[in-house]
Ligand binder design. Structure first.
Ligand code: PGA
Length: 249
């Protein structure tokens, strides 16, 4: 089964609108491979304008978060329906920074995934262990628990639509990258969990991205692993030449 190759850029809380548009213009003017899906996730407030710039290009638009309700008294939140109305196609959910700084639990993340799918937005579900868990050697148990409490509770037709991102927390923004072998081992493990709960056919069709200090000089080696279907890129997505080099890896 051919899985989609995907590279997604997570801008996090960076770039004002002017700098964001400048970056988008550089990306759109660069050379992008047809066989890899390129996605960028700017802050909420830039989505509409960035979306206009991406119209008719190969780059898809993602949000970095969403609420699980359609509308209502949730000050400061943005619903999947609102994202849909500005042509957002993907949404990152469960990023470790949302879990750590905003107390997001797998229970909440599962609601967000279902809400996004409900309006036709594809969730990019993030999981991954902190350093002390990796050092204790219990990273697989940790990630298994995250999966058990979230995506493995989805219906079969839901799980087959999502994208998974494995992001070891110790590698995010630290310059430490998981070795290609560490990434491959965890990606194969995640795929096996999906296969055991659903089926091998479904597991084989899901793209699993690696995230955590992906850079132009390590992307090729990481992406060449059998179960690594691309990357979720933070810091290096803010520089057009670096992001384009990663997409082309
Ligand atoms: P990084 O971030 O590439 O800056 O490590 C990755 C992420 O948080 O998605």
């Amino acid at each position: 089964m051919m899985r989609k190759k995907i590279v997604a850029g997570n801008w996090k809380m960076n770039l004002d609108l002017r700098d964001g548009i400048k970056l988008v213009k550089e990306l759109v003017g660069g050379s992008l491979p047809l066989e890899t899906m390129t996605i960028i996730a700017p802050p909420f407030i830039h989505l509409e304008e960035v979306g206009k710039q991406l119209n008719g290009t190969l780059i898809k638009l993602a949000a970095q978060n969403c609420h699980f309700k359609d509308s209502g008294a949730y000050t400061g939140e943005v619903s999947p329906t609102m994202l849909r109305s500005v042509a957002v196609e993907y949404v990152i959910v469960g990023h470790s920074e949302r879990r750590e700084y905003f107390g997001e639990t797998d229970e909440l993340i599962l609601k967000k995934i279902k809400a996004a799918l409900g309006v036709g937005i594809i969730p990019i579900y993030c999981c991954g262990e902190p350093l002390e868990i990796r050092e204790k050697g219990s990273h697989q148990d940790f990630v298994r628990r995250q999966l058990n409490e979230s995506i493995l509770l989805l219906a079969e037709k839901e799980i087959s639509q999502i994208v998974i991102a494995y992001e070891p927390i110790w590698a995010i923004g630290t310059g430490l990258t998981a070795s290609p072998e560490q990434a491959q081992e965890m990606h194969a493990f995640i795929r096996q969990q999906v296969a055991e709960t659903f089926s091998k056919t479904i597991a084989d069709s899901i793209s699993i991205l690696y995230g955590g200090s992906v850079k132009p000089d390590n992307a090729g080696h990481l992406f060449s692993q059998a179960d690594v279907d691309g990357g979720l890129v933070g810091g290096a997505s803010l520089k057009a030449s670096d992001f384009l080099a990663i997409v082309n890896s």
